[in-house]
Design a protein around this ligand. Structure first.
Ligand SMILES: Cc1cc2nc3c(=O)[nH]c(=O)nc-3n(C[C@H](O)[C@H](O)[C@H](O)COP(=O)(O)OP(=O)(O)OC[C@H]3O[C@@H](n4cnc5c(N)ncnc54)[C@H](O)[C@@H]3O)c2cc1C
Length: 385
């Protein structure tokens, strides 16, 4: 079977699942800040959520290109793939850096849906993008580490069984380099609120289930250290290329969703006795959004294929995320303009999708930080910070 045919089959299967939920499902969740429990169960049972987990650990053993196709299709169908994308890339750190014991313990249970690993705890309120300055500490005490500190904007903590957490195991004064002295842990969130973790949901513009976390002498077994002690920044960095490519694919799905909706409306809405799409002021922006989306999609595909081939893909992963996020935001704005006043009605779904896709100018990495990476590491200009 050709690669294109194989991806097309995945696309059709994911679309069939998404169509059975429909856009009103996501609209109601958005209004109630609900979690898509039934949808997550179905894409887990169908094997799509565990697609990146190797067959030896109960997954489908597919590559990032297939994972991108799955996320793109969820977005394109009007859904929100947050619960799916997080598990895909967070699981990658367990796969790459976990001990054999950790992999046996967690991966098959993640693949069959017994455990959800949808939470990734890095961002802190006082340090933001400056990850290597983070302040949450993990202090070794016998067979455990005691975690103290605060995190912010950590998604899906209340809907996940496990979280990968980044914390400081060496003080800033003791570290040998900026990235030394941080460690990753697999945190069991079940019953965590009785053990020193306070979770405060954030009232937010999009339904991302993001929370503030406060750790007060919260104990994590030493056996839950992920990768080497003090080298956790590497663990996080290794997952970032996959994360950026997957988010890029999601943005392509959003961009195609917006372009489809705009085109359909431009063809069907009659004003001054003709379809509004007959006016080039309407059709040209849609055509521009289409061209920008197709160009960004090529970069997402290139990055995913490099990743799957085990080749370095930092520049491509960053460019894929940035170009796709820009394409989806511009396509969303165009879609909104095409619909005139009607788009303000929530039943058109477009305002929800526009809010959701706006996030990707900021998270998981902002456009400025991507541009600074390209300026310094690809083009060789001086570091700006
Ligand atoms: C809905 C949502 C969900 C999230 N989920 C998670 C999660 O699950 N886990 C997690 O760990 N984090 C999560 N985040 C956090 C997210 O990754 C951060 O918000 C993001 O990395 C930006 O950090 P910040 O908000 O602290 O911005 P800041 O670092 O304060 O930056 C603010 C602005 O200044 C700019 N800026 C900062 N420094 C520079 C510089 N040197 N050069 C140029 N511009 C600069 C940035 O580009 C940005 O526009 C989430 C955020 C949101 C909003």
């Amino acid at each position: 079977m050709s690669s294109d045919q194989h991806l097309q089959e995945i696309r059709e299967s994911v679309k069939a699942i998404c169509d059975s939920y429909g856009e009103d499902y996501w609209r109601k969740l958005d209004q109630t800040q609900g979690y898509p429990t039934e949808f997550v169960k179905e894409i887990t049972d169908s094997g799509f959520l565990g697609c990146l987990i190797p067959e030896a650990y109960g997954g489908a053993g597919l590559g990032l290109i297939e994972a991108c196709t799955i996320l793109e299709e969820i977005s394109r169908s009007g859904g929100h793939p947050g619960a799916a994308h997080a598990q895909m890339y967070v699981m990658g750190s367990v796969l790459k850096h976990g001990s054999e014991e950790q992999k046996q313990k967690y991966l098959p249970a993640i693949a069959n849906g017994q455990l959800r690993l949808q939470s990734f705890g890095v961002t802190e309120p006082s340090t933001g993008t400056d990850t290597t300055s983070l302040k949450t500490t993990a202090t070794r005490a016998g067979d455990t580490y005691k975690i103290n500190g605060q995190k912010v904007w950590i998604s899906r903590v209340q809907h996940s069984d496990l979280m990968v957490l980044l914390a400081r195991t060496k003080s800033i004064e003791e570290r040998s380099s900026k990235t030394d002295g941080l460690s990753c842990f697999i945190v069991d969130l079940r019953g965590a609120e009785e053990r020193g973790l306070t979770i405060r949901p954030i009232d937010a513009m999009i339904n991302h289930h993001a929370c503030e976390l406060f750790f007060d002498d919260f104990e994590v077994p030493a056996g839950n250290l992920l990768g080497e002690e003090h080298k956790g920044f590497r663990v996080v960095m290794d997952g970032m290329n996959a994360e950026r490519i997957l988010i890029g694919a999601e943005c392509i799905g959003d961009a195609r969703y917006f372009t489809d909706k705009a085109t359909n409306y431009a063809n069907s809405r009659i004003v001054f006795d003709r379809p509004i799409g007959q006016n080039q002021g309407i059709s040209f922006p849609i055509a521009t959004a289409y061209a920008q989306t197709e160009a960004a999609a090529l970069m997402v595909e290139k990055a995913a294929r490099l990743f799957d081939a085990g080749e370095a893909c930092g520049p491509e992963a960053n460019m894929a995320k940035m170009l796709a996020a820009d394409a989806s935001w511009k396509a969303g704005d165009t879609c909104l303009q095409t619909h005139g006043g009607f788009v303000i009605s929530r039943e058109y779904h477009i305002e929800r999708k526009l809010r959701e896709t706006r996030l990707y100018q900021i998270a998981p990495i902002s456009t400025n930080l991507i541009l600074s990476y390209l300026s310094e590491h690809v083009l060789g200009m001086p570091r700006s910070f």
